[in-house]
Design a protein around this ligand. Structure first.
Ligand SMILES: Cc1cc2nc3c(=O)[nH]c(=O)nc-3n(C[C@H](O)[C@H](O)[C@H](O)COP(=O)(O)O)c2cc1C
Length: 199
């Protein structure tokens, strides 16, 4: 187990990247709100899919409004061009991808950079800064297991502790405990993976 972590995040600059696990967006936003509450400043980034598509969980425009309300940032990064400076200009102390889809996990593990979310991560990782991943994927214990394995073994990548969310009906699905994002961030800032990583 980790030592208890300092839960205040005063002055910490968090780039918060959201991808298209629509059912988890509200939960991730609650964690974003908690980061702000704990003193962090949040730079929001959204994938093309979050930017462009409405779903039964909410409209794209409404998600944008909520993000702007929480962060105070009107210009959400939603293009590859917009995300590219995050690393070179050192715009974040730590990055969180929450929720992180199976799609983004797979591409991140394999070095593909074709969305704002992936550009943000690549740009941030290249300067050796910590990246926290909050997975939400129905194929985490199937097609994506190997990609999660690669990222578990990648320097500067940390995982928000995760669990099977519905083992009988969705036996290959894993979802991170989004409520643990602030604690995972605090641990990652000291170079530690919050444990236990599997719940
Ligand atoms: C309603 C809806 C819910 C979805 N939920 C998930 C999910 O929970 N996890 C996941 O990995 N993909 C989910 N997807 C699929 C992703 O949105 C899709 O793979 C997309 O390409 C992700 O792109 P992104 O990772 O760039 O945001 C969902 C799609 C829809 C339409």
């Amino acid at each position: 187990m980790n030592e208890p972590v300092n839960q205040r995040l005063d002055g910490i600059r968090v780039a918060f990247v959201m991808t298209g696990s629509y059912c988890q967006l509200a939960r991730a936003l609650a964690a974003m709100s908690e980061l702000v509450h704990q003193g962090a400043s949040v730079l929001p980034v959204i994938s093309y899919n979050v930017r462009d598509f409405d779903s039964r969980f909410g409209k794209a425009a409404e998600w944008r409004e909520l993000i702007a309300d929480i962060t105070g940032v009107e210009e959400i990064i939603d293009t590859i061009n917009g995300a590219e400076p995050i690393g070179p200009k050192s715009l974040a102390d730590i990055m969180v991808i929450a929720p992180c889809t199976g799609n983004t996990i797979a591409k991140l593990a394999l070095g593909i950079t074709d969305t704002p979310a992936l550009m943000a991560a690549k740009s941030h990782l290249r300067r050796g800064a910590p990246l926290v991943v909050a997975i939400s994927s129905n194929d985490a214990l199937a097609a994506n297991a190997k990609n999660i394995g690669l990222l578990l073994n990648t320097r500067n990548v940390y995982f928000v502790p995760f669990a099977q969310d519905d083992p009988h009906n969705k036996p290959t699905s894993i979802v991170a405990e989004m409520e643990l994002i602030p604690e995972t961030v605090a641990a990652a800032l000291t170079g530690k993976q919050l444990q236990p990583v599997m719940r």
